[in-house]
Ligand binder design. Sequence first.
Ligand code: SF4
Length: 370
Amino acid sequence: MDVNALLTDTDTMDRNIRVIYGSDIHAMTRKLLEDCDAAGMIKDKDTAIVLKPNLVTVSDPSYGATTHTEISEAIIIYLQEHGFRNITVAEGAWVGASTEECFRKLGYTRLREKYGIRLVDTKKDEYISVEAAGIPMEISRTILEAGFLIEIPVLKGHCQTRMTHAMKNLKGCLSDRSKRSFHRMGLDKPIAALCTVVRPDLVISDSICGDLDFEEGGNPIRCDRMMEASDAVLMDSYAAALMGFRPEDIGYIREAEALGLDCSAPSGIIELSKPERTFPAPEGAAARLGRHTDPAEACSACYASLIHALKRAEEDGSIRNLRGRKIAVGQGYRGKAPEIGIGACCRNAAINVPGCPAKADEIAGMIRSL
Ligand code: SF4
């Protein structure tokens, strides 16, 4: 496999990222697909289109671990309306979990019956043995030979790599044997290597309610956001900041850059809607971090940024800089002047992080500098 050819293929890639906010998942998915002209990217109607969601384990998407099934369904409907019939959903749950059970309980067998698509469990697929950046791996033939690969990852925390999204989600393309060997190698280097050979053509990100810090879910942070990009590395280089990380904080992004993958900023952020005021009462770990916040009519996207930033501040100890002060957030602060506030609504605060919504990496930087 010519890795250099794959690297240069991205030279002409659209490096914009589209972002949409809301709670109507079907409509948001459709809007992203229409705006980037997904159908126009696919060469012919017989192209083997493969959807790769994140079905890491049997867990309802509301817990923050798995892709919302409505997104996959909306993509299938959109593709079939445009005349594409060769559609497969391919995924492999993590080692020890049953992909077939995920397919059944998360609604994918229903999608197969309703739309006539194919389901492939990558744990049982044929594999192509590949050596990428010197690392051997067995990759699902269905994924590697896809004519058009659409990845649908969940933006969430991870206990080992800190964040998981488009790049790490590709681990579901491997045999269980390769997954185990990736873990033995510490994940960062092999994930970066995998990203040199499996290059999704389209990434539709589920950032509706990804987990704060654990890939298995349980502490979902409601964000009500979805995103689109033409590349997994581009998507993750941007998404890391949305969780409050600096680019150097995520090992597999550092390793990808060392391998020559383009980890630079997107050329533009195209916002297809503005955040909605749907801030939910925080629970679990979010409630603990929420003690440092003072929300008033906050949008879920802004509040999620603040919770992720507080998580980073808790990890590096800078949360002590707040010295009991709370951070204001929300439309209820328009025209008011709190001491510390985030987002455009708090622009009159003595200390303000701008943005609508404010970004978590910038909020984390503000807390570090207090
Ligand atoms: S700045 Fe205000 S309107 Fe914008 S996302 Fe934040 S709370 Fe909502």
